[in-house]
Design a protein around this ligand. Structure first.
Ligand code: ZN
Length: 301
């Protein structure tokens, strides 16, 4: 259990959250739970295909966080900035209409250093979305290929970024409650959720239209902004008169409104993941999603 104040706790938290690159949205267990909920809430067009490998998809959803640990890089650069967009980091007036929606324009306007420091989540989500559309398209062309499992893998990876976009602290510069509420990131996204996971009040998964993946992600990140001050306020009130982040702290934090927000964003995440999967499949022309039949191949002599 972490103390509310104290040098040791501060050192540990700085090590853990020294930069946003060390922070994983929702925690791995919560990523798994949200993804499982998205799979179970899918319409009949896509549900049997994803349910057939539900364990595979809900395990691989955590992989982009592990790429950070392993120091992997992709086309856009190192992995960490792919997981957030610190909208307020551009110092533009809310609702950040002056922040360009094209990556090249962002780099041109603010410079590569600031652009990368503020994160690349919408553009990374777009990149993976397009890869998923390509795999679904390959399935339409050749149902006997590996494209089915590739599509499930990319569905998992896309789910990760979509879930990150619904975690309010992945949309602001003070991603860990700096300077005075350090640790709020993990308290909100992981411990609060896991402590209450059996009794969460969640909305049913609803499929929303996704005309454009990048705009969809930008909208989620914009939506996140309203929740940050409310979560910080719930935390601030919960620590009054306390020494430890203990059961009583988490009960107060939940009651002060943090749990309701976690439930809302958890529900929104599951709906968004199911929606982007459906959108990718539709964009690929709604291919038939059968796995190749297991018929013995002919021996060639
Ligand atoms: Zn992440």
């Amino acid at each position: 259990m972490k103390r509310i104040t104290g040098i040791a706790a501060v050192v540990a938290l700085v090590m853990l959250f020294g930069s946003q690159s060390g922070v994983s949205a929702w925690g791995m267990d919560v990523h798994r739970l949200i993804t499982r909920r998205a799979i179970e809430g899918l319409p009949a067009d896509l549900k049997p295909f994803n349910m057939a490998k539900a364990d595979f998809i809900s395990e691989h959803v955590v992989e982009p966080d592990l790429w950070i640990v392993a120091g992997l890089s992709g086309k856009l650069g190192n992995e960490a900035p792919n997981h957030f967009l610190d909208f307020d980091g551009f110092k533009e007036p809310f609702p950040f209409k002056n922040v360009p929606r094209e990556w090249d324009a962002v780099v041109q306007k603010y410079g590569a250093e600031l652009a990368n420091r503020n994160g690349r989540l919408p553009w990374r989500a777009e990149e993976v979305f397009n890869q998923l559309v390509d795999q679904f398209t390959s399935m339409a062309r050749n149902p006997l290929s590996y494209a089915g499992d590739n599509a499930r893998y990319l569905s998992a990876i896309l789910a990760h970024y979509v879930e990150d976009a619904h975690m309010p602290f992945h949309a602001v510069e003070a991603y860990d409650g700096q300077p005075n509420q350090r640790g709020i990131h993990a308290r909100f996204e992981t411990e609060l959720v896991l402590r209450n996971k059996e009794t969460l009040t969640l909305s049913p998964v609803a499929i929303k239209p996704v005309p454009d993946i990048k705009t969809f992600i930008f909208d989620a990140l914009l939506d996140d902004q309203q929740y940050v001050p409310k979560i910080l306020d719930a935390d601030k009130r919960a620590i009054v008169g306390r020494e430890l982040y203990d059961d009583a702290y988490f009960a107060a934090f939940a009651k002060n409104g943090a749990l309701e927000i976690a439930e809302k964003r958890y529900s929104d995440s599951a709906s968004a993941v199911a929606s982007v999967w459906m959108a990718a499949w539709a964009k690929a022309g709604k291919p038939k999603l059968a796995d190749p039949p297991h018929t013995p191949a002919k021996i060639r002599k």
